[in-house]
Write a protein that binds this ligand. Sequence first.
Ligand code: SAM
Length: 276
Amino acid sequence: MSQTTAFDRPSISHSQDTPELAATYEEKSGYQFEHGKVLIAALGLKRGDAVLDIGSGTGRLAGHVAEIVGPRGKVVGIDPLPLRVEIANAKNIANFEAHVGRAEDLSQFADESFDAVYLNSVFHWVEDKPRALAEIKRALKPAGRLGLNSADPKKRHESAVLSREALEDLGVDSAHGVAAPILAVDPDELRALLAAAGFGEIEAVEHVFVDLHEDVDGLIAWSNSSSFGNNAIVRLSDEDRARWRAAFAEKLEAKRTPDGYRLERYLTFATATKPA
Ligand SMILES: C[S@@+](CC[C@H](N)C(=O)[O-])C[C@H]1O[C@@H](n2cnc3c(N)ncnc32)[C@H](O)[C@@H]1O
């Protein structure tokens, strides 16, 4: 099984986040929040459940889950980006707290601590997926549920395809798209990873989301903040970035509707259960 590294970045950086990117993500992550609610609905959470949100970001979805599990339940978030953990904790949600951490190391949690674990828009950033899944299984109670979604390397988001084309046209950089998730897995790889980790009741279903973006710069801001500094655009010279933006804007015209730019995004949603 191969994890896709088609965009030739050796690793994901967790040190390029900035206060501006973190604040922008909190403001513009409505797309992730909406598809996150679809992921949560599939987990069948109950009042009183203990839930782990891996890659909790600024805590928007965790706040929604905290309402579902209620005051007798709890939501714990972990994320490698301290600035986003800070925003999450500043919300002062009584039954939610976030810590710095990453999926591959859940040693801060005892075995069989959680009724459910989820990763929303996170799995395609996780570098060591088998290790993360082994850790998740350990931290789940018997019969505990896992839900995650992942980008598919064979079906890139429309915005990423157009961004990459704009770069290629300029001859600036043919390798990267805007917000390219470089460790995406297709549905078969996802099922195989979950089975190899010992999960049962595995389901993986592809979803198509239609986003409407008001303007080019809003789309770029959403994309940059979603990838916390991991895309080629932020590393271009000012001159090349301006050329890329103009080329990208021109390509986006083909997607213009009266309601904004209409762009499709593709994610595989998976659920699985730890054997009882
Ligand atoms: C697009 S954001 C999603 C945030 C949040 N889950 C949401 O639904 O809005 C991706 C998040 O994954 C986190 N992340 C990246 N690599 C990770 C890893 N190895 N373990 C846990 N989280 C990771 C990032 O720090 C970032 O906050």
